[in-house]
Design a protein around this ligand. Structure first.
Ligand SMILES: [Zn+2]
Length: 323
């Protein structure tokens, strides 16, 4: 049997508690069989995100200009601020028939509701790779207000038999069994104060690469995490049941992620820090970005920061049913 990850070890220990007399190895086998059964259920589409996040959890921020209602993706506000969102909304209201839906190529002019999102594209500036973001206008029937990577948008147009540049389509990834995602909990110190950190690691690389991961997390409304100056982020919370973490959610938008098994962060240091501050630093990054060598207590954010794929927030810790 291969080395169990932390989520599996935790689930196996819980299994043993619930089924006295079961050996650890047998509990581990049961847990893995259950995970395999979950992993083999058919996925919902080619854009399946193996981390299990509920994509598009964020509700669009409603703007309106004149008679046009324009739900704006959370990504627009995260990347360009509320002024950027207002500007795009104005643009839709005052534009003519030349503004078209990115998915059906028909004009959005005259439509009572126009969704505003973004598409992220890698561009080369001199010798540097950079990211450009462009507005995406869609009819509500064509697509929700979300953030796309260029290849995600191209794949969706292709699926709808709209013309695309074949060079923009990513090769379809080989079908393979998704790896179970994993989580890690550490106590950290910020301004001499012990604090609790919870890292969620996807099982597999994102099918649309770093830009796809960024587009999905921005669609979720999750901000990028700044380890140098992390600030509490209103609305986001980590929900526990009997002290174990069961899900990550936003007060208004609902669940972002539900753990396959409740997670017991375990160490007294982590629990004390979380209780004292009432918050947890939640972070996530694409698979294999952060070095998680066993026994290593200090880990390196630099790779994820450099690639702009470190997402997360300082979240309130809330016991389920408390309010
Ligand atoms: Zn359309």
């Amino acid at each position: 049997m291969s080395q169990p990850n932390q989520a599996e070890r935790d689930a196996a220990r819980r299994w043993q508690q619930q089924h006295p007399g079961t050996s650890y190895q047998d509990a581990l086998k049961k847990v893995r069989a259950r995970h395999r059964a979950q992993a083999s259920t058919p996925d919902s589409g080619e854009d399946h995100d193996h981390i299990g996040f509920t994509v598009a959890a964020a509700m669009a921020d409603e703007q309106s200009s004149g008679r046009v209602r324009t739900p704006v993706a959370a990504a627009v506000t995260i990347l360009h601020g509320i002024e950027g969102a207002r500007m795009l909304s104005q643009m839709v209201a005052t534009s003519g028939p030349e503004v078209t839906c990115m998915l059906c190529d028909k004009t959005v002019h005259g439509s009572p509701v126009v969704n505003i999102g973004l598409v992220l594209r890698a561009v080369t500036q001199g010798s540097e790779e950079a990211e450009a973001s462009m507005p995406v206008f869609t009819h509500p029937a064509c697509a929700p207000a979300r953030c796309w990577s260029w290849s995600q948008l191209t794949a969706e147009r292709h699926r709808r038999r709209m013309p695309v540049d074949p060079a923009d389509l990513l090769p379809r990834p080989a079908r393979r069994k998704p790896r179970q995602e994993d989580w890690y909990a550490w106590p950290i110190t910020r301004s001499d104060q012990p604090q609790a950190l919870f890292y969620l690691q996807p099982g597999d690389p994102h099918p649309h690469g770093d830009l796809g991961f960024r587009a999905d997390r921005l669609t979720d409304g999750l901000p990028t995490y700044n380890p140098r100056d992390p600030q509490p982020t209103p609305g986001w919370r980590i929900v526990t049941r009997g002290g174990r973490i069961v899900r990550i959610q936003h007060q208004l938008w609902g669940d972002l992620y539900t753990l396959p098994e409740p997670a017991d962060p375990g160490t007294p240091g982590w629990i004390a820090a979380a209780r004292t501050t009432g918050t947890v630093h939640f972070i996530t990054a694409p698979a294999y970005t952060i070095n998680l060598t066993p026994g290593q207590t200090v880990f390196d954010f630099n790779n994820a920061l450099r690639r702009d794929v470190l997402f997360g927030a300082v979240m309130e810790l809330v016991e389920e049913g408390a309010r």
